[in-house]
Design a protein around this ligand. Sequence first.
Ligand code: ACO
Length: 404
Amino acid sequence: NLGPDVVDIRSFSKTGMFTFDPGFLATASCESKITFIDGDAGQLYYRGYPIEQLAEKSDYLETCYLLMYGELPNTEQRKEFETTITRHTMVHDQITRFFNGFRRDAHPMAMMVGVVGALSAFYQDSLDIANPEHRKVAMYRLISKIPTIAAMCFRYSIGAPFMYPKNNLSYSANFMHMMFATPCEDYEPNPILVRALDRILILHADHEQNASTSTVRLAGSSGANPFACIAAGIACLWGPAHGGANEAVLKMLDEIGDESNIEEFIQGVKDKRYRLMGFGHRVYKNLDPRASIMRETCYEVLKELGLENDPKLKLAMRLEKIALEDQYFVERKLYPNVDFYSGIVLKALGIPVSMFTVIFALARTVGWISHWNEMISDPQQKIGRPRQLYTGEQRRDYVGMDQR
Ligand code: ACO
């Protein structure tokens, strides 16, 4: 009904064929050999290895190698990888000064986005992404330096001096050292707590095309450098529907306060006033396999620390039980995800709530960078450019100020 002279500009977006799939519920954006999720069965595999086996038998650095190269390393490869990662743990001294520009009360994720993006100003060889050697060095630099930067974000926020990495420690123990040691006092990492942190890192290392990994791929598809792409991934991860969920779980448990309030809380979820954080997943329509491992790790850590009767753990377990038996959650296939218990574990390790998403970013860096490298190495790779359905105004003529 637009009349003969008016062009229907909306029709331009309807020329050709494309799918309209908001939220990418049924659209694969790429091929990948890295991670497979069977959401209906509740299974997760890195390069074909079940997550349960990796969490039990492997460690984070070996898992990094597997995700990056597709195979588990032999003894020699493992040693060389470890030595290289260890050699890159320091950051340029000017980065320490970069921190001074931030407010002390800045959120650690805000600092992470800035500092990781700024790494490209220090390592300019990373701008040449066509060179596989430069790509490899950038990947190593990221895996090595992210824990150092993450610990710096924490220490800056509490006004404590930065701690140098201690390279004779394992990856996870070194991170705990940089977080908790002081120049006056050594930090003796407890092996059970270190193992728990390492397991958290393994469980969060990759999860195929989640929002932040897709962001890294999309940013990288334009040829942007790897540090800028990982900074984009960190920014995306920050949201409460993604990496901020474990922080939100603890906040929720605080708000519920006591088991006697669970029923009222659940009613609020059903009335859609808020969500049960740490529950539900876009892909898993069954128990998230990482959630069971995390629950077990949670018991181990609290037992080691003599906190088996921790009221938060008790409240979480009760809440989980009630939700799993409730029709609302059953019908919608809402089960606990990895973040339902990871917040309790991180808190028990002494990691402050504001650092939870930072730990997630630390762990996921290897997944992001492996996907980025897989994409760049593909000779058929194209810039990512989704289409849209235009629903705005029809063509209209400019109206002068005196006629508006
Ligand atoms: N609590 C209550 N109801 C929920 C929840 C929840 N946590 N998650 C989904 N639902 C309900 C929705 O209200 C909707 O109900 P309806 O059909 O009556 O409208 C139905 O389940 C489907 O929900 P969607 O939003 O369409 O599911 P989607 O796949 O888009 O969402 C998400 C997935 C974002 C993870 C969601 O489950 C959620 O918000 N969970 C809480 C946040 C969380 O724990 N995030 C961590 C994810 S894991 C990770 O990032 C490592």
